[in-house]
Design a protein around this ligand. Structure first.
Ligand SMILES: *Cc1c(COP(=O)(O)O)cnc(C)c1O
Length: 963
């Protein structure tokens, strides 16, 4: 061994690499190569050319950001550990829609912690999404069976917003006069509060009534009953439902999904709509979320359902295949006429809840419900034995105990014993049992009430369920809920599903506007730590000190990077952030006595959610035209401002534009709108092109929502979860969301909650916290530069083969580019859809199809893809262009060619009767590199229209898959 001390450090030893170098795909050599292709000497020079000077964050865009110095993975995880340790996980028996649950470890690790599931995108490309579509169909089947209503979607964000959607659905579907929606006084308080937030701008009167005394007099278009009631009582809602129907009103039942395994279903009792949460089906409470809400409807309302519905169709070989049905892209297409603004939903959590039902099966679920009920009965009996008045004779899992003047003392005594009970008021304590409740906890609850600690006698498992409401209709008879009983079988089932899909763990997903970047493992790791995952959202705040500190850090950092003054993390999707931001604008105008300001200007290129959200916020949409360059047409903007001057509430613009261009006129647009008394909403979904370089709050905007599931690394989860924080300048800060259950969650002057939980989907905030913590100022700036360089590299290399639709200054794009297929389609008949499906044969997820421009593909490579992967995509696109040319010159048949027949399944390519005019290998291995790594699509191209004509949206019988 040579003496180490005499050696100089070897120049070949690489410098320590920070997290940012792992997050950003291209290394310095690759960066140099890409810059050369784009024609710039440095990324700083590229940014200077692309980004208008007027919006830069200080001279050269280089003003410092007040963020902590970047930590590496080990350091960030240690800090997260310290934050987690500041949380205190007590047993929460608070109820109110949130219950502890035992996530089966096989589901925790192989779904929630598995990138094959969590890095997938919304299944708009159904051929590469069959696995998650099947999992969602399982979810829909669970909801439909348990609620007794035939059509269930898979798209609701939480129980309270689901109730809000049911309210507006009822209004659309009901011919009866009136603008009154009657709500059970025994409803979850957060649901009532969200209903009020949503009702006010729409002119709906929410009337709260004690429905145990019947339906109040007067016109109403709908009524909502909580079943079992928030206070625990199990009452038969059928008389209320009947009375509602007699008056022509729609009946909504908010039902507990676990209780429905032992209680008669809302459908059986006559309800038109059922809503609720599936949290307690194996999804950790997470201090409020994320969880999947649910909604199911009776026959006849399926075309009114908000959000997405998974359905069954057939592929080009006539085999059953899943895809999103009916209203799939409805807010994109119908815009201000959409039934809701829901886009990102809660797919990953819906998959978990569905899988929980697959794991337990109908008998297992019923056994859990009976155990929960049994514990509750023992507590009730014990308390009655101690002389307490327990409010309701019929209950499922929740009790109300009368303790005149003594609630605080009892709640404090229970806390000493490690249990959170609910202080309803000073005379009443609430207790809720759940799947995780143990006999020892039952004993401790009784101890807190002065019992001796010896347990009460066991009771029949359904002792306190009213005879007339006991469920006698079977559910979950489908084989999927009855075959995967062993863990081995379930593991393989889940693996079989995820193997059918393309997610980021297999390939780049170049979806424009979606920012499919790395979701680093170090960012994900802490979300399933019990200290973050098992907190009840209404637990005393001091038990969540670590999470609250994390929330405050994140609020501060997001305000810093966006130039705003205040941030609310409550909205649990971008769409909900939009609603919150617009409600802030509405509140501001009204506060100044300018009620008449109700027009929202929206450029024609805007994301569909913008218009849908504006309508929900009580605004009228006026569309502003775009010019031939794709930019906001300033003349038309002038005209629209003039036309609506006194009624102008706001403009809602996306920046950089949805066309992927830094519009140089943005500061002028802001000035014009401000001058007319309007507010400027900048949709921040494209922040990945600005971060560190420009701050919307400083270049003229008043409010933005951000998408933490785009720019800040929360994985898309196959279509959710997301977090859509809303960020505002100080004059709007008093109009941010707040929450009835948690005064610290927002300003007391706020507009009410937009989500069920005080801090929204707090359980996944550690992901974005870790991203910012590990990137630091320089890392964030570098990521933006690289995102812009990558998009320009793709645009530059594809330009000789496909027109790039819009560019800004210097012929540059921002962080994404639009590839125009329309000219080729006109000449050859090969459409953007054909190109998308053909990309599957090359192993890629298609870019965004036909948004924001029909007939195009929008590519957003992000900073996380290295040069080899970018080139692999570019090579595939160039090869496809070659195939299009062969259609053009006649060497491929216009109909029977690899593009029109794409994607090719292994079955089709190996069939004995290959009848196509091109070689099998051209179908399956169009590039030699595919022989080393080939994704085999499980179904051929899916017939969309067939599935809409023959709507099936629960699991098809196994015979459907036989020959
Ligand atoms: C993604 C997106 C939205 C909607 O966000 P969700 O979280 O899906 O509701 C809004 N605007 C733009 C420009 C987007 O790209």
């Amino acid at each position: 061994m040579p003496d180490q001390r005499t050696h100089e450090p070897s120049p070949a030893v690489a410098p320590a690499r920070g997290f940012a170098d792992r997050h950003i795909g291209p290394d310095p050599a690759e960066r140099a190569e890409m810059l050369k292709a784009v024609g710039y000497a440095s990324t700083a020079e590229l940014m200077a050319a692309a980004v208008p000077e007027s919006i830069l964050n200080g001279p050269g865009g280089a003003a410092p950001l007040r963020l902590p110095e970047a930590a590496d993975e080990v350091g960030a995880l240690a800090e997260l550990r310290a934050l987690a340790d500041r949380n205190q996980v007590l047993t929460s028996m608070i109820g109110l829609g949130y219950y502890d649950t035992l996530t089966p470890p096989v589901i925790l690790r192989n779904i929630l912690e598995n990138p094959a599931w969590y890095t997938a995108y919304t299944p708009y490309q159904p051929e590469i999404s069959q696995g998650r579509l099947e999992a969602l169909l399982n979810f829909q089947t669970v909801v439909a069976d348990l609620t007794g209503l035939p059509v269930s979607g898979a798209s609701l964000l939480d129980e309270s917003t689901a109730a809000g959607e049911a309210m507006t659905l009822a209004r659309r579907a009901t011919k009866s006069a009136g603008s009154t929606f009657i709500v059970d006084s025994d409803v979850f308080p957060q649901t009532l509060a969200v209903l009020r937030t949503r009702a006010e701008p729409l002119g709906i009167d929410v009337v709260v009534a004690d429905l145990s005394e019947g339906l109040p007099e007067g016109d109403a278009f709908g009524v909502l009953v909580q079943y079992p009631a928030a206070g625990g009582a199990v009452r038969d809602p059928s008389a209320i439902i009947e009375a509602a129907h007699e008056r022509g009103a729609t009946a909504v039942v908010a039902a507990d999904i676990l209780a429905l395994t032992v209680l008669r279903s809302p459908g059986e009792l006559g309800a038109d709509i059922a809503v609720g949460s599936t949290q307690r089906f194996g999804v950790p409470m997470g201090f409020g979320g994320p969880h999947a809400g649910y909604m199911s409807v009776r026959q006849g309302l399926q075309r009114q359902l908000p959000g997405r519905l998974v359905g069954v169709s057939v592929d080009n070989a006539g085999r059953p295949a899943y895809r999103l049905a009916l209203q799939t892209r409805e807010q994109h297409i119908r815009r201000e006429k959409a039934t809701s603004n829901i886009c990102t939903a809660q797919v990953l959590l819906a998959v978990m809840a569905g899988m929980y039902a697959v794991y337990h099966g109908p008998r297992g679920l019923r056994a859990i419900a009976e155990r929960v009920h049994g514990h509750t009965v023992r507590i009730a009996e014990g308390l009655r034995g101690l002389g307490f008045d327990v409010a309701h004779p019929a209950f499922f899992d929740t009790l109300r105990v009368r303790v005149p003047g003594g609630a605080s003392a009892k709640v404090a005594a229970a806390r000493e014993l490690g249990i959170n009970l609910l202080r309803v008021d000073e005379d009443t304590v609430g207790v809720s049992c759940d799947e995780a409740t143990t006999a020892d906890q039952v004993r401790r609850v009784l101890l807190a009430f002065g019992g001796s600690g010896s347990g009460a006698a066991a009771q029949a498992p359904d002792a306190a369920l009213p005879e007339a409401l006991r469920r006698d209709v079977d559910y979950l008879a489908h084989p999927v809920f009855n075959t995967h009983r062993s863990e081995t079988a379930l593991l393989r089932y889940m693996r079989r599903l995820s193997d059918k899909d393309l997610a980021l763990d297999r390939t780049m997903i170049p979806l424009g506007s979606c920012t499919m970047k790395l979701n680093a493992t170090a960012e994900m790791e802490s979300i399933t730590w019990p200290e973050f995952a098992r907190l009840h959202p209404l637990a005393p705040l001091e038990q969540a000190a670590g999470t609250v500190a994390l929330v405050r850090d994140l609020e501060r950092w997001l305000a810093e990077v966006t130039g705003y003054d205040a941030v609310s993390l409550q909205p649990n999707a971008g769409s909900q952030g939009e609603l919150a931001g617009l409600l802030a604008i509405r509140g501001y105008h009204r506060d100044r006595g300018e009620e008449g300001r109700e027009v929202c200007l929206i450029p024609s290129s805007a994301h569909g959610t913008n218009a849908a959200s504006a309508v929900m916020a009580g605004m009228r949409v006026a569309v502003v035209a775009c010019d031939d360059g794709g930019n906001i047409d300033l003349d038309d903007l002038h005209a629209k401002i003039d036309k609506h001057r006194d009624a102008l509430a706001a403009i809602m613009v996306t920046y950089p534009s949805t066309h992927g261009v830094y519009e140089s006129t943005i500061t002028e647009v802001c000035r014009m709108v401000h001058e007319a008394g309007g507010q400027v909403y900048v949709d921040g979904a494209n922040l990945n092109a600005l971060l560190g370089w420009a701050k919307p709050g400083e270049f003229g905007a008043d409010v933005s929502h951000l998408n933490l599931h785009k720019t800040f690394c929360i994985p898309h989860g196959g279509g959710g979860p997301g977090v859509g924080p809303v960020a505002v300048r100080s004059h709007l800060a008093g109009f941010l969301p707040n929450h009835p259950g948690q005064p610290d969650a927002g300003p007391h002057t706020g507009v009410g909650p937009v989500s069920a939980a005080p801090f929204g989907s707090a359980g996944i905030l550690p992901i974005s916290w870790a991203y910012i913590r590990m990137m630091g100022e320089q890392g964030l700036r570098d990521a933006t530069e690289m995102a812009v360089l990558s998009a320009n590299y793709v645009a530059k290399r594809l330009a000789p083969h496909y027109p790039v639709l819009y560019t800004g200054s210097g012929g540059l794009v921002a962080h994404e580019c639009i590839i125009d297929i329309r000219g080729l389609a006109k000449r050859t008949g090969v459409t953007n859809e054909d190109v998308s499906k053909r990309l599957i044969d090359y192993g890629f997820h298609a870019p965004t199809m036909s948004f924001p421009v029909a007939g195009t593909l929008m590519v957003e490579p992000t900073e996380s893809e290295d040069l080899a992967e970018l080139d692999r995509f570019i090579d595939a696109m160039i090869a496809i262009r070659g195939e299009i040319d062969r259609v053009a010159d006649g060497s491929y048949d216009a109909e029977d060619n690899p593009l029109k027949n794409a994607p090719h399944t292994a079955e089709a390519l190996t069939a004995d009767d290959w009848k196509h005019a091109y070689a099998r290998a051209e179908g399956g291995y169009p590039l030699p590199s595919l022989r080393l790594n080939k994704y085999w699509v499980p179904v051929g191209r899916i017939d969309q229209a067939y599935g809409d004509r023959n709507l099936v949206c629960s699991c098809p019988a196994p015979e459907a898959f036989e020959d």
